[in-house]
Design a binder for this molecule. Structure first.
Ligand code: MEV
Length: 434
């Protein structure tokens, strides 16, 4: 084991790389790869994004065309490493564009911030002075919220709750609207400004008696945003589903699809994988647009477990031969501020999407999630997932096995109608190379 490294962040990029190679006993050629993936002109932008940067990590930036969402056609940028995701999204988008498209409804856009504090007074007594507290938090944050209020956002409400299983530990749950920004910095600044005034108010108010002083423990936004919610549906006559039905009739396909969704509704093991297929689409657009995919994942996964049991984020209905498939998911997204305005490719993504508002982006992201999930479940209940997946994966396997262009052409032809696996492709190349 090498000794602990001090002051790594203060070294130049070159010195960081040299130290890394030395400490980890790595081949010097690795330094060339790190160098190769630096941007010749815009590296300064990437250098400001994180710490200890030695290179850039490329992921494909793709387009899924033909997304008809509320009668508006979008070409959706997606950043993802899994080869079948963009193809599945594009195929589903093309299909639904001919069958009414995606209908979306933004249910609400409320975001939450929490001030946690200890206090041995009566929490209900805070509710009785709520109007005074609202007035206090509004005036103390006036200078911070002014621009946000001009854009239609600001502080909306406050509630007090005692933390479960924790006597004398409470939270002020403050509701915000943050217009087109994701709002994390805005919310956190408001909370940290409010907290000392709120504690002071509680400690000095004649109606709020307690033995100990109210004391702040921490202030932070919550990434659980069940009231920043979007619903996205597709609907068609069951007979229209024939292109996805494979060897089944359209009605058989619809029934099998419905059963598959109901399994995900009722079985957490399946629900996780089912929702993963939704996040294939969601994360890819969230990443392309420079939004915080960890926040989206954390909030939406918690929402999937809101009943106490983890479940599917989609629901299905087949009534009078009408197939209706719906995704409901919290998506706290922003289209201004953060990486959306600084990362050149996130900016490009926003241009491709015609500079959407945050509410429009919620609709676009939800449609991408539903499209990917629809494609995945449709494959699962017909041909199975591996046929299409491994075909798209073939190029990755060929690259991993360092196939030449001629070998690639021969392999693509050879595996045109077969299910491929790594070992089968390896055997094929070994034969060729004999
Ligand atoms: C693979 O990335 C996603 C799927 O597993 C989703 C699903 O099972 O529904 C195919």
């Amino acid at each position: 084991m090498h000794s602990l490294i001090k002051g790594f962040s203060r070294l130049s990029r070159e010195d960081k790389v040299a130290l890394l190679l030395e400490q980890q006993e790595l081949a010097p050629q690795l330094a060339e790869s790190f160098q190769e993936f630096l941007h010749p002109v815009k590296q300064h932008l990437f250098n400001d994004i994180s710490e200890n940067i030695i290179s850039n990590y490329y992921l494909p930036f793709s387009i899924a065309p033909n997304f008809l969402i509320n009668d508006h056609l979008y070409m959706i940028p997606m950043v993802i490493e899994e080869s079948s995701v963009v193809a599945a999204a594009s195929k589903a988008a093309g299909f639904w564009a001919k069958n009414g498209g995606f209908s979306t409804r933004v249910i609400d856009t409320l975001k939450n911030g929490q001030i946690h504090f200890t206090w041995n007074g009566n929490i209900q007594s805070l509710a009785s002075v709520k109007h005074e507290i609202l007035e206090l938090i509004t005036t103390t944050t006036d200078h911070i919220t002014q621009k946000m209020r001009e854009r239609g956002g600001g502080i909306v409400d406050i509630e007090f709750k005692t933390i479960a299983n924790m006597l004398n530990t409470h939270q002020a749950l403050i509701k915000f609207k943050t217009a087109d920004s994701m709002g994390a910095n805005f919310i956190n600044t408001c909370l940290e400004t409010i907290a000392p005034h709120l504690m002071d108010f509680i400690n000095k108010h004649p109606q709020l008696k307690s033995e100990d002083k109210a004391t702040t423990i921490m202030c932070i936004l919550s990434n659980y945003t069940p009231q920043c919610l979007i619903e996205c549906s597709v609907r068609c006559d069951v007979e229209q589903l024939k292109p996805y039905a494979g060897n089944y009739s359209a009605i058989e396909f619809a029934d099998r699809f419905k059963t598959a969704v109901e399994i995900a509704v009722n079985d957490p093991y399946r629900a996780v994988t089912h929702n993963k297929g939704i996040f294939n689409g969601i994360d890819a657009v969230v990443l392309a647009t420079g939004n915080d995919f960890r926040a989206i994942e954390a909030g939406a996964q918690a929402y999937a477990a809101q009943s106490g049991t983890y479940s599917s984020l989609t629901t299905i209905e087949i009534n009078d031969k009408q197939f209706t498939y719906t995704l409901k998911v919290p998506l706290a997204l922003g289209t201004v501020g953060g990486l959306t305005n600084t990362h050149p490719m996130a900016k490009a993504a926003m241009q491709i999407l015609q500079q959407p508002t945050a509410e429009q982006l919620m609709q676009i992201v939800a449609a991408a999630g539903l499209a990917n999930n629809f494609g995945a479940v449709a494959s699962l209940v017909t041909s199975g997932i591996q046929k299409g997946h491994m075909k798209l994966h073939l190029s990755n396997v060929l690259n991993a096995l360092e196939a030449t262009e001629t070998e690639k052409t021969l392999a693509l032809k050879h595996f045109k109608d077969t299910v491929v696996s790594y070992s089968v492709v390896e055997q094929f190349l070994n034969q060729l190379r004999k």
